[in-house]
Write a protein that binds this ligand. Structure first.
Ligand code: MN
Length: 326
């Protein structure tokens, strides 16, 4: 997905706070989404919970858009023309519908419910995303992962994986990145990460073993979910700081609940996000934008019917990193 804000600001991500002490885990923070239109006359809208002022990163997770369920006959569905990425990986996960993906390393793939598509932008990639004609309801998440400094110029790549559903008492877990509930995803990441879909039966509670070095995010799609005792409504993202060796999730509703669980150790590096780029300085943002507009570095997407997306205007205010953390 492309960040379709018409006047995107640079966002400095990476907070020195967020690491709990050795005592009781810090409380859960509730992050509420803001609505961002994806553009076009019938503009499908996404709910963005990362980055935001109160929190910019959860592990290396730096961007979280949640959308649908949308009736595509009303919204027109998704049609995102070729656009570039650098310094990040994109993670696409659907609850319903189907998206056709094409990228500049020659991948032509379909994103389907229960199947993860992870695209490594590395030094530079471009891709298009279009919901297919068979899609009636589009519903899912689009997530980005920041690449650490030593791997951010890695070669672009594309991975697809279908995790085996793990049945638990009252729940089903699908682990698309990292390990949870005794299962491990084979998908390669450049920092330790957790990404999983959890569905809970009405009024079910599960307790999962967690890595205390990880911070976690609980993005609720459906139901009233209590994460470590804190109530989260649909579209809210609960942030759980490091220091927990278990995660207790309860469905407080009489219907099914669904959430996406994110995690990773605190990223420890500052990044500057602008449009679809994760960089380390304003100068790198300027260079990436120029490279895209000049048709270099990000390759070419074949098979998309239409022109690539132009980059927005550069921000008037250039951000400076505050310096590497600790
Ligand atoms: Mn994209």
């Amino acid at each position: 997905m492309s960040n379709t804000e018409t006047m995107p600001a640079e966002t400095l991500c990476g907070s020195p706070a967020g690491t709990a002490g050795a005592d009781a885990p810090a409380p859960v923070e509730v992050l509420t989404p803001r609505d961002v239109p994806l553009g076009g006359p019938r503009a499908m809208t996404v709910r963005r919970t990362l980055p935001q002022r109160a929190r910019t990163l959860i592990g290396a997770w730096c961007f979280a858009d949640h959308y649908g369920p949308d009736d595509v006959s009303r919204t027109g569905g998704m049609d995102v023309a070729p656009h570039p990425h650098t310094g990040l990986q994109t993670v696409s996960w659907l609850f319903s519908g189907e998206i056709e993906h094409r990228d500049s390393v020659g991948s032509h793939a379909f994103v389907r419910p229960g199947e993860v598509n992870l695209m490594t932008g590395g030094h530079g990639i471009s891709h298009s995303e279009v919901s297919t004609p068979s899609t009636t309801v589009l519903h899912g998440v689009q997530l980005w992962v920041a690449l650490p400094a030593e791997h951010r110029d890695t070669a672009p790549a594309f991975q697809h994986h279908v995790p085996e559903p793990v049945p638990l008492d009252g729940a089903v877990v699908r682990v698309f990145l990292g390990s949870l509930a005794g299962t491990v995803s084979p998908v390669r990441t450049f920092t330790p990460l957790l990404g999983a879909e959890v569905t809970l039966e009405p009024h079910a509670t599960i307790t999962l073993a967690a890595d205390p070095g990880f911070e976690h995010g609980v993005l609720v799609d459906q139901g009233e979910v209590h994460a470590a005792g804190t109530l989260l409504h649909p579209a809210e993202l609960g942030y759980l700081p490091t220091g927990r060796d278990t995660l207790t999730l309860t469905n407080g509703s009489a219907g099914p609940a669904r959430l996406v669980l994110l995690g990773g150790p605190p990223f420890g590096e500052e990044i500057i996000m602008w449009w679809n780029f994760v960089c380390r300085s304003h100068e790198e943002v300027v260079q990436a934008r120029e490279d895209w507009m000049n048709g270099v570095r990000f390759g070419e997407v074949r098979g998309y019917d239409g022109a690539p997306l132009p980059a927005p205007k550069l921000p008037e205010v250039a951000l400076k990193p505050r310096g590497r953390l600790r």
